[in-house]
Design a protein around this ligand. Structure first.
Ligand code: FAD
Length: 409
């Protein structure tokens, strides 16, 4: 073999070698491409979730905020939804606000007459329900607590409280409190005081009632999948619907099989003492699956409280003592286990709202006994301040444990 031939064959050898590497490389790319195309066209695709069936709107009322979300393909008009909700809430405000001097309840409170006072069906229904719950809770829930609420500066008078009310002031105010001094006559839709100074405060029940009224109005408009929340009191119905958009389904076409239904899920927060009312972040303690039109209301000592000198006290007043249920001398620095919040889950939000206040006033020991007797789903969250940061323990009623689908975080 001549040198040249040898060289050629070497060259040929190299080029045939690089040729074979190149062709192997090319084959690998083709196979890779085929595999990729196979994946794109044949493997089941992970559908893209799109939550475009829900419309949500929000606003303010009663010194707090409200949020409504609905999932109804036949109702997609957000502006109309806002108008429906705000109209209902403004009406409750005009009827039941002690912060508005011209509201129906303020006119009743100002009147010193002990004659029958005709009222609207709205106000009549709330007063009647309130008296029923006062009876069932032995006065722990009592809308005639208004004068004490105002004495402790949790009412419309927003002036700072500079010193704690004296025992005399508490006792002299307590004389005007007691649900038995308030009567109703369903034949004439009228209410009446037996003592002229009686003054009712509906802050612990009217928000829950407002949620129920909004729910009623939504259902009148054939909206049955909704979440309604006013100042933290919440009612859910039906389900959340997510439109699953996959490539097979045309972008704007919604076929039945492209909708996924899920229950509404709410969180119960850990009752850490908040430095300010709306402090974030919120740390969740439990989540609750809100099935079959349930309502959730929570009352607690961790948002709405006052500090005078070193005494912290909350807005939940025990009508039997005339004092806030929680009064803590922060300097005493005696770390304890204290009730931080009470959550109640019931089919209607009016009762959930009122019972949450009542059970907080009763405390976990007396409260759990009543909750089990009335078979009401209640969760008491105890803040253990012996640890830093505080840990949380719970006391749950039998019906909470048996009826409510909930998981701890
Ligand atoms: P909850 O824990 O549900 O109830 C506590 C409240 O109920 C207390 O604040 C007290 O008022 C009352 N209460 C305390 N102890 C008892 C008891 N043993 N039994 C019965 N009731 C008790 N706030 C504003 O700042 N500006 C406003 O313009 C304003 N307008 C309002 C209009 C309406 C119609 C209502 C109902 C309330 C309004 N509020 C307003 C008050 C505010 O919305 C809340 O009601 C208040 O902050 C308490 O909310 P909460 O959920 O913490 O109360």
């Amino acid at each position: 073999m001549t040198k040249e031939t040898k060289y050629q064959s070497k060259q040929e050898k190299t080029s045939s070698k690089s040729f074979s590497i190149f062709s192997i490389f090319r084959i690998i790319i083709i196979i890779g491409l085929l595999i990729y195309l196979g994946m794109v066209y044949w493997l089941p695709k992970k559908p893209k979730m799109e939550n475009n069936l829900m419309i949500a709107t929000n606003g303010t009322c009663m010194g707090t905020t409200w949020n409504v979300s609905i999932c109804e393909s036949s109702f997609q008009d957000e502006a109309k939804l806002f108008e429906i909700v705000q109209t209902v809430l403004d009406n409750v405000d005009a009827t039941m606000s002690t912060y508005k001097s011209d509201s129906e309840v303020s006119r009743f409170n100002r009147s010193l007459s002990t004659d029958w006072f005709p009222v609207s069906p709205l106000l009549f229904e709330v007063v009647q329900k309130s008296l029923e719950i006062s009876q069932k809770t032995n006065g722990a829930f009592d809308i005639t607590v208004g004068p004490l609420v105002n004495l402790w500066k949790f009412g419309p008078d927003k002036t700072q409280i500079s010193q704690l009310p004296t025992e005399e002031e508490i006792e002299s105010t307590r004389k005007f409190v007691g649900y038995r001094n308030l009567q109703t006559d369903s034949t004439t839709s009228a209410i009446k005081k037996t003592i002229p100074e009686l003054y009712i405060d509906l802050s612990a029940i009217a928000k829950g009632y407002a949620v129920d009224l909004v729910a009623r109005e939504l259902e009148k408009n054939n909206i049955n999948n909704y979440l309604v929340e006013v100042g933290g009191e919440t009612r859910c119905n039906g389900e959340k619907m997510l439109k699953i958009e996959s490539n097979e389904t045309e972008k704007n076409q919604t076929t039945d099989d492209s909708i996924e239904k899920r229950p509404w899920v709410l969180g119960i927060e850990k009752p850490y003492i908040k430095k300010d009312f709306d402090e974030t972040p919120i740390f969740l303690y439990r989540k609750v699956i809100m099935k079959d039109g349930l309502s959730l209301a929570t009352s607690g000592d961790y948002r709405n409280y006052r500090l005078v000198d070193s005494t912290r006290f909350s807005h939940l007043i025990d009508p039997r003592t005339g004092k806030p249920t929680i009064m803590i001398n922060e300097n005493a620095n005696v770390p304890m286990k204290r009730l931080g919040s009470v959550s109640v889950i019931l089919p209607n939000c009016l009762e959930a709202d009122a019972y949450a206040t009542a059970f907080f006033v009763l405390g976990e020991n007396e409260g759990i006994e009543l909750a089990n007797r009335l078979y009401i789903p209640v969760l008491f969250i105890i803040r253990n301040e012996q640890t830093d940061p505080p840990q949380f323990e719970e006391v749950a009623s039998d019906s909470f444990l048996n009826k409510i689908e909930s998981t701890k975080f």
